[in-house]
Ligand binder design. Structure first.
Ligand code: NAD
Length: 477
């Protein structure tokens, strides 16, 4: 027994402990104290989840799409009523503030609703001309693996689109932040999702993914996490030719052009960068500022960042909580030390806070040499590098220099520069004078080492359909 809070597996319509009784501890990142436990699935639990999902597959796919959608919309309403309790649990296990957790749950509700409302339309046959059409069909059982940074909205994305498309889901929630998956699955259960259509497991990630992807029952892998793990999973999926949707890392540039309005630019960058202690794959992490604005930008950004209130996530006055786990703080230490050893300058932050918990302050690094690790590896934390540029071509070159291609941002008041940058920046999403998380209605997908496939929007739902081409209808005489 690790503490009073306990989360179980959901297999074949039943909440239960692992068959061998194994559990993993839950740690509060703000205190480093163990406060609970989550069940850790055995191989026989996984086999039961596979059998249960396969057994539910045909009936779920055969249910009218509007009825499937109605269950999702109903679950959205049920989840909405649970937001206060769910946000509290998420904040305690992840470290994000209660306000951030509530905002995330609102996006999760919207995701369930949006996909529910779309289910019927996107399941209709698509006419192709005389005698021909495309019939969308649910592809089959989906294995979905989610991370710990935005577990409410990411679990909602991983569940909503396949369920709307007619596919059962075996969800492996993040072991460090299990409550969001539990709240979502409970909402679906209360909304009347049939037995076996959703199975929820936690456990040893590598064992779970290896076992599930070795089964031909699974037809699609959808994963959000690091590029390294994504590649390992894609190799496993290749053995059974399972379709993959891989939402992987990012290292997003922000170009601040000479004509940008710093009064608007700086608060927008600071707000999005330091949300969830910088642990977002889409967060801006490398700022490139036109030389005439550089000194003013650094001074004003440093001042803005110095005012961010760091503290216990449940304290309503806190603006940034701890990082989610000890691994992230170690990564911040390693990346900062490497940059400083190579000659970078720390404008603010730069060392772990002297208090219990995984607290790393907002950090700004300047004069960062190009070969520093922080400019190459995804920092996934509250570290922002700022560099200057002289020409737009130079900015584009440096913006596109990492192996990632998830999101790119820029600030300008020029339509000509906008057109040039929209086409030149190599990323799945490019935003001008705008920084926000992904929305339910938009396809989110990276290029290069940020992954492939789309999640969200209509394309996100299509990721879980086979498009069956029908020829010769009406050729009977
Ligand atoms: P990690 O790569 O080991 O794990 C990331 C997530 O993937 C975790 O939730 C983990 O449970 C899961 N995972 C790991 N191995 C798995 C496997 N074999 N099968 C299935 N799931 C598996 O690293 P971490 O220390 O937890 O996170 C740090 C790195 O992960 C960051 O540097 C960042 O690049 C990446 N990350 C990305 C996102 C994102 O939104 N794209 C989210 C969280 C983490």
């Amino acid at each position: 027994m690790f503490g009073e809070t306990s989360y179980e597996l959901f297999i074949n319509g039943m909440w239960r402990a692992a068959s061998d009784g194994k559990k993993l501890p839950l740690i509060n990142p703000a205190t480093e104290q163990v406060f609970g436990q989550v069940a850790s699935a055995s191989v026989s639990d996984l086999d039961e989840a596979l059998a249960s999902a396969e057994c539910a597959r045909e009936a779920w796919a055969a249910l009218p799409a509007g009825d499937r959608g109605a269950i999702l919309v109903k679950a959205a309403g049920i989840l909405k009523d649970k937001i206060d309790a769910a946000a509290k649990s998420l904040s305690r296990e992840q470290g994000k503030t209660i306000a951030e957790a509530k905002g995330e749950y609102e996006r999760a509700v919207e995701t369930l609703e949006w996909n529910g409302q779309l289910a019927e339309n996107l399941s209709k046959p698509i006419p192709m001309g005389p005698g021909r059409m495309i019939v969308p069909e649910g592809i089959g059982v989906v294995a979905a693996f989610t991370p710990w940074n935005y577990p409410a909205v990411l679990n909602a994305r991983k569940l909503a689109a396949p369920l709307a498309a007619g596919c059962p889901v075996i969800l492996k929630g993040a072991e460090e932040t299990p409550s969001a998956a539990v709240f979502l699955v409970q909402s679906l259960q209360e909304a009347g999702i049939p037995v076996g259509v959703v199975n929820l497991v936690f456990g040893v990630p590598a064992q779970i993914s290896e076992h599930l992807l070795a089964s031909t029952v699974v037809k699609v892998l959808t994963f959000t996490g690091s590029t390294g793990v994504g590649k390992q999973l894609a190799k496993l999926a290749a053995n059974n030719l399972q379709r993959c949707v891989l939402e992987l890392g990012g290292h997003s540039p922000v170009i601040v052009c000479e004509d940008a309005d710093l009064a608007k630019t700086i608060p927008l960058i600071a707000e999005y960068k330091f949300e969830c202690a910088g642990q977002s794959c889409n967060a801006p992490s490398r700022v490139l500022v036109a030389r005439p604005l550089y000194n003013e930008f650094v001074a004003r950004m440093t001042e803005t960042v110095s005012k961010i209130r760091i503290g216990a996530p449940e304290d309503p006055s806190t603006e940034m909580g701890p990082m989610a786990n000890a691994r992230r703080v170690e990564a911040m230490e390693r990346l900062t030390k490497d940059a400083v050893d190579r000659g970078a300058h720390v404008e603010i932050g730069g060392s772990r806070l002297d208090r219990p918990g995984f607290f790393w302050p907002p950090t700004i690094l300047t004069d960062v040499p190009a070969d520093s690790k922080v400019l190459k590896e995804e920092p996934f934390g509250p570290i922002l590098t700022v560099e200057s540029f002289d020409t737009l071509e130079e900015a584009i070159l440096r913006a596109n220099t990492t192996e990632y291609g998830l999101a790119s941002y820029f600030f300008t008041s020029s339509p000509d520069i906008t057109l040039r940058l929209v086409s030149a920046l190599a990323a799945g999403a490019v935003s001008v004078n705008y920084l926000k998380g992904v929305s339910a209605d938009a396809p989110n997908g990276g290029i290069n080492q940020s992954g492939y496939g789309y999640e969200g929007g209509e394309l996100g739902l299509r990721s879980f359909q086979n498009l069956k081409l029908i020829n010769g209808m009406g050729s009977f005489g």
